[in-house]
Design a protein around this ligand. Structure first.
Ligand SMILES: NC(=O)c1ccc[n+]([C@@H]2O[C@H](COP(=O)([O-])OP(=O)(O)OC[C@H]3O[C@@H](n4cnc5c(N)ncnc54)[C@H](O)[C@@H]3O)[C@@H](O)[C@H]2O)c1
Length: 326
């Protein structure tokens, strides 16, 4: 297997590269190393991979037409995991074009690369729980309609699923889309609430709590995601006849929506101090709740997330203190 991982310097991408390298795979990582958040963190993540001789990295902006093919020969690749994206709901209000660039043009270029890759067995790509829109019910099932995006980020993720379906249909490329639900953990993302709360609580600064804390998220720990991803990469969708489209979509969540205030309390408890809190209205683009039905992934891959926030947050905070020498 030679696996192309896009977004290899990202939170999920570099953790996946590490797991694949540890099991002996050849991995080609690409990333633009953009400055949406501190590129030094992205470079530090790549440092963890640099010691493996089966790892190669190329700095590529996927939205530049032809750049991926210039850096990597399509015929050398047997599997692709597309994790590169402009992530984050709130930033899509500020900088919509970054989402169109990376998530639409960039992903279209990955699909064109996949079409040219004669030895390709499977393309796995990241979607998001945000495709479900703003719902107060749950759990969310893969068969539920996903037609009411409340942010441009969500709209680009729904579009990514549609682009994938068309390539799976037209060219028979086996594809698996993964709707991740608020993934967190060590080496995580500085734009996410658990990181911002930790940073500010340790500095004694006030934290903003949006929607007056009346939100819940299906927090999913990174190790549970990586265990599943390792298995999913190996398992392309099976087709029964040539009319079948080889494209499946799975929720990867924890199936345990957790109130935002429980996250705040878990961070406070781990940091050993109470946060100064500033309660704010709901922000544009935010959803009230995410809640995954994970039975489809359970049946297909024995997906079995185990980590609660009471277990996962202390691991993150320990990593954070260690990384920043606090
Ligand atoms: N972490 C979560 O909670 C979560 C939830 C739902 C979906 N996702 C999706 O999972 C994937 C990985 O997310 P993450 O949390 O690791 O985010 P991340 O921002 O840490 O990683 C994404 C990486 O993609 C790179 N990138 C962005 N645009 C690029 C481009 N045009 N060309 C090349 N590289 C580019 C970035 O530099 C970054 O390193 C993304 O598709 C994201 O939308 C993540």
């Amino acid at each position: 297997m030679t696996i192309l991982v896009t977004g290899a310097a990202g939170f999920i991408g570099h953790n996946l590269c590490l797991a694949l390298l540890e099991r002996g795979e050849q991995v080609v990582g690409v990333d633009s190393l953009n400055d949406y958040y501190d590129p030094a963190l992205k470079r530090a993540r790549l440092e963890r991979l640099a010691g493996f001789e089966q790892f190669r990295f190329a700095q590529v902006d996927l939205a530049d037409d032809g750049a991926l093919e210039r850096a990597v020969s399509p015929d050398a690749i047997t599997h692709i995991v597309n994790l590169a994206a402009q992530a984050g709901v709130r930033y899509s209000i500020e900088n919509p074009r970054a989402y169109v660039r990376s998530n639409l043009s960039g992903y279209a270029n990955v699909l064109e690369f996949a079409r040219a890759a004669k030895n390709l067995k499977h393309l796995v790509y990241a979607s998001s729980s945000s495709v479900y829109g703003d719902r107060s019910d749950g759990p969310f099932r893969e068969s539920d309609p996903v037609i009411k995006p409340v942010s441009l980020y969500s709209a680009t993720k729904i579009s990514g699923e549609a682009l994938s379906e068309s390539y799976a249909h037209l060219y028979g490329i086996p594809m698996t889309g993964l709707r991740f639900f608020t993934v967190y953990g060590a080496w995580g993302r500085p734009d996410m609430a658990y990181w911002i709360f930790t940073e500010k609580i340790l500095k004694g600064e006030t934290i903003d709590i949006f929607a007056a804390g009346e939100m819940s998220r299906d927090f999913t720990y990174i190790d549970d995601i990586i265990t599943a991803l390792g298995q999913i990469v190996d398992t392309p969708p099976q087709t029964i006849n040539e009319k079948d489209v080889p494209h499946e979509i799975y929720n990867l969540g924890n199936s345990a929506p957790t109130p935002l205030m429980d996250l705040v309390h878990a961070v406070e408890k781990t940091c050993g101090r109470e946060a100064k809190k500033n309660f704010m209205p709901k922000q544009m683009g935010d959803v009230s709740k995410t809640f995954a039905d994970i039975s489809k992934a359970k049946t297909a891959f024995n997906y079995n997330p185990k980590t609660t926030i009471e277990q996962g947050i202390p691991v993150f905070v320990d990593w954070y203190r260690d990384f920043y020498n606090i």
